[in-house]
Write a protein of this length. Sequence first.
Length: 145
Amino acid sequence: MQLNSFTDYGLRALIMLGSLPPGSLTSAGEISETFGVSRNHMMKIVNRLAQLGLVETIRGKNGGIRLKKPPSDINIGQVIRGTEPLQLLDCSTENCHISPACRLKGVLVDAKNAFLGVLDQYTLDDVLRDNSELQAILRIQPVTS
């Protein structure tokens, strides 16, 4: 299964935001520049992440974007469900004349559920924790106590 670019960049944006010191703000422009995606596309992604309650956007001169929840409360499976269509095939009778007798759709539902079940076991914190290499790539200074 391949995730669409919307989901891919949504996960990357969450990773970048989660790598920032708690409460720090960045902009959609900075995220889009970091990952080489258009600012317009990133704005749509950030808007969706905000609708899902994962990020908050603050308007104004000192505004920006930050995580709304701690990384440990952001479940990867839920992010995928909120950003990915997840319909593997169109099994409607208008599209497929064998649909009434086809057992493949049940197999695909099982596969999708297994895929999401694995992702449900991970949070954003799992991909961020003790990852100084990621912080170096993103040029983010680690938070020191």
